[in-house]
Write a protein that binds this ligand. Sequence first.
Ligand code: SAM
Ligand code: SF4
Length: 348
Amino acid sequence: MTVVTPIAAQSMGGAPASSLIDPFGRMVSYVRVSVTDRCDMRCVYCMSEDMDFLPKREILTFEELDRLCSAFVSRGVRKLRITGGEPLVRRGVMGLFRALSRHLESGALDELTLTTNGSQLESHAAELAACGVRRINLSLDTLDAATFKTVTRRGDLAQVLRGADAAQAAGLALKINMVALKGVNDHEIETMLRWAHGRGADLTLIEVMPLGRIEAERAEQFVSLAEVERGLARRFTLRPLAHRTGGPARYLHVEETGGRLGLITPHTHNFCESCNRVRVTCTGTLYMCLGQEDAVDLRAPLRASSSDELLLQAIDRAIARKPKGHDFMIERRAAPPAVSRHMSVTGG
Ligand code: SAM
Ligand code: SF4
């Protein structure tokens, strides 16, 4: 890990002297933190029908999560995304948002946000907005109630749509995340695009990633977004946007709808050079890359001492091991997944 000197930090836009810079010179400014592995849905590409969830003692407490997030903020992280599992099903999670909002107020953090399936959004949207959350990612793969039930195995579309309404009524900007699934919802992409843009939300399409063992064969679920883009380009005027987030999304402006379309194509490598993020599981395991197995345990240093010294040392060691890029491939039949943990464990 390179420790940035004050002079170097000035040239990096005033980042703290102790910023997290990896061996490839990338500054880690964005952390996604999973607060639970549990979920009230069982999306077919994400979980198996029968999931074994972790015992409570393994999961970081809210106090530990606060310390962990705050340690990253003290090292120059500017954006925190709370995820899961489904973050809003963990009882008491709003207390964590309230606590973390102090970093927004102090100016240490630019953005506090979350990724949610929307099932609990109706009752939480106003409080999220009051905590300084300005935009959220809402996962929604279809507008057809029966397809929604099939994809999520137990979700209720109407409840999620009420959540979307409540979020917008509370002033939260919405980005809809749609995983494109062959023969399931790929015929709905245009409908979803018009629906999302019609209500002032962005739409981001996601390719299925080989994370965790599930029943469905991923090669059969896979839809190439390059093909989807070619299809959409025949019906819409798509203009590439310069907007970059340091992640795998590319953005296009859709002239006919006036909205923004994101394409997340993790099977390409071209986003890794600008990768600015790491992920922490609900057990405090830090993954330096979504597509690699290497990880560092942050729970032991968190629990070993009430001071954050050991924790910060572990974070520094981890960033020094951030790999250059991922190693995804849609495996063919009977092959193990490229990465054995589910997205619900690493956090989306
Ligand atoms: N439960 C929340 C939700 O669904 O938004 C947050 C966690 S979920 C794991 C985060 C995102 O990961 C969702 O948008 C979901 O669609 C996506 N996801 C889960 N498994 C995936 C996979 N194997 N490939 C691509 N995206 C996946
Ligand atoms: Fe739950 Fe989100 Fe995974 Fe669906 S994608 S099963 S909502 S964690």
